[in-house]
Design a protein around this ligand. Structure first.
Ligand code: ADP
Length: 429
């Protein structure tokens, strides 16, 4: 019996050991499994770490992480390259070290900033960083707050971009723009100078021609007067049926024409100052038209008047302006060979400081080469004996002395438009 009992005890012990060994095996197997799992997780963790490090390494922008004590905890390679520090020189250092004496409101990493921006992130804040060598680097910074599971702020992650190239490009663009504007201004000034120079040459030429004309006219005027007086006396002495009568008439006619030319020359040379009074341009033009419209040359010309309705006044010399308009209108009628359309328009310019008078015909027009010379004295395309070339020179002189301007536009074969601008009478001046 005793023997039996001891056997069963032995058996029990054996089965216990078997059980223990089995358990151990299971535990070992589980341990081995766990080990493989841990190794796999470790590998994954390592890969994830490498991946993140690669991203940080290849980032062009600077990445800076600071803790709530304003100490730098992490930076990427771009930050080190930008600021010229080694990693160990920058980690655990206060962030102030890499900022260029920031103004209070621009201190995104300090305590006050943290309390101020607890809830929000910062986008594109312009801020100056400071490199190891002390260079100030303008940057644009975006940052966000990091919190722990209790919601407390534990630091800030900032990403900053170097603005130097952008600023340089902007400055370059501004400089180029400024240079372009300067060049344009220079070109304009140069053109103005050239215009002024040619105006000067022109007016000097006009003045010397004027002097010459005045001298010649003066010399001719007296003998011409003599010729006219004596030819009139001769005609009176001749009998009515004297065959020489026609010749004397011819002398009187030609001498009168000469006297007329001389008078125009003297008018041109003298260029009398206008006797100004307030006048209505509408009235002046109406009077001018009434002087010419009954002439045979105008019988087949349709005259259209487009007059500014309010009878605007200017300060001017009525008879001089009449003469100026008359010259233009007669030329137009001749250019149309007595048939066509003449449009005379008066309008106030939008700035209300000038009146604009346009006289348009649909006559032969002016060759481009002649346009520049049109207002020169003695420039004429008319047959000898038909034009002195003084009409438009006198007209231009009159308009100039009224502080106005005159220009002509024309298309050969289609007609011409003369545009005259005269200053309006300004009250209180
Ligand atoms: P003139 O009439 O004595 O020739 P102007 O100085 O009045 O002198 O005119 C100069 C020239 O301008 C004219 O000979 C003519 O060739 C040209 N001209 C003036 N007005 C016109 C016009 N409306 N159409 C075509 N040519 C014109």
């Amino acid at each position: 019996m005793k023997e039996n009992m001891s056997l069963s005890e032995e058996q029990l012990q054996e089965s216990m050991w078997i059980e223990i060994i089995k358990r151990m095996e299971t535990i070992y197997a589980e341990l081995a499994n766990n080990q493989a799992e841990i190794e796999r997780k470790n590998r994954e963790l390592l890969q994830a770490k490498e991946f993140t490090e690669n991203i940080l390494k290849s980032m062009v922008d600077a990445l800076i992480v600071v803790d709530s004590e304003e100490e730098i905890k992490m930076v990427n390679q771009a930050t080190l390259d930008l600021l010229g520090y080694k990693k160990e020189e920058i980690i655990e250092e206060p962030v102030e070290m890499i900022l260029a004496s920031p103004k209070e409101k621009e201190r995104p990493f300090n305590g006050s900033y943290l309390s101020k921006f607890k809830e929000s992130s910062v986008q594109d804040l312009e801020i100056d960083f400071k490199s190891k060598s002390g260079e100030k680097i303008p940057m644009t910074l975006s940052s966000s707050v990091m919190r722990n599971s209790e919601g407390e702020i534990i630091g800030i992650i900032g990403v900053a971009r170097d603005l130097r190239e952008t600023k340089w490009l902007l400055a370059e663009a501004a400089a180029t723009e400024a240079e372009r504007a300067k060049a344009q201004e220079l070109e304009r000034a140069y053109k103005e100078l050239k215009d002024l120079q040619s105006q000067l040459i022109h007016s000097e030429r006009l003045a010397s021609i004027g002097q010459l004309a005045a001298g010649v006219a003066h010399e001719i005027n007296n003998p011409l007067g003599g010729i006219l007086v004596y030819s009139h006396l001769l005609r009176e002495d001749l009998k009515a049926d004297d065959s020489k009568g026609a010749n004397v008439e011819r002398i009187i006619k030609e001498a009168t024409r000469c006297k007329d030319i001389v008078k125009r020359l003297l008018d041109f040379a003298r260029q009398p100052e206008p006797k100004v009074e307030p006048i209505s341009i509408n009235v002046v033009l109406e009077e001018t038209l009434s002087l010419v419209k009954d002439q045979a040359l105008f019988h087949n010309i349709k005259i259209t008047k487009k007059f500014y309705p309010s009878l605007a006044h200017i300060m001017g010399d009525r008879s001089q302006l009449q003469q100026a308009f008359m010259n233009i209108i007669l030329n137009a009628a001749e250019a149309m060979d007595g048939k066509g359309s003449l449009i005379i328009a008066i309008d106030a310019l939008p700035d209300s400081r000038f009146l604009e008078i346009t006289i348009t015909d649909n006559g032969c027009g002016i060759p481009p080469g002649n346009i520049k010379r049109l207002f020169e004295p003695f420039f004429t395309t008319k047959k000898a004996g038909h034009g002195t070339g003084l009409g438009l020179a006198i007209t231009a002189g009159i308009i100039e002395r009224h502080n106005g301007s005159i220009k002509v536009e024309s298309k050969l074969g289609e007609g011409a438009t003369f545009t005259i601008k005269l200053p309006l009478e300004t009250k209180g001046k």
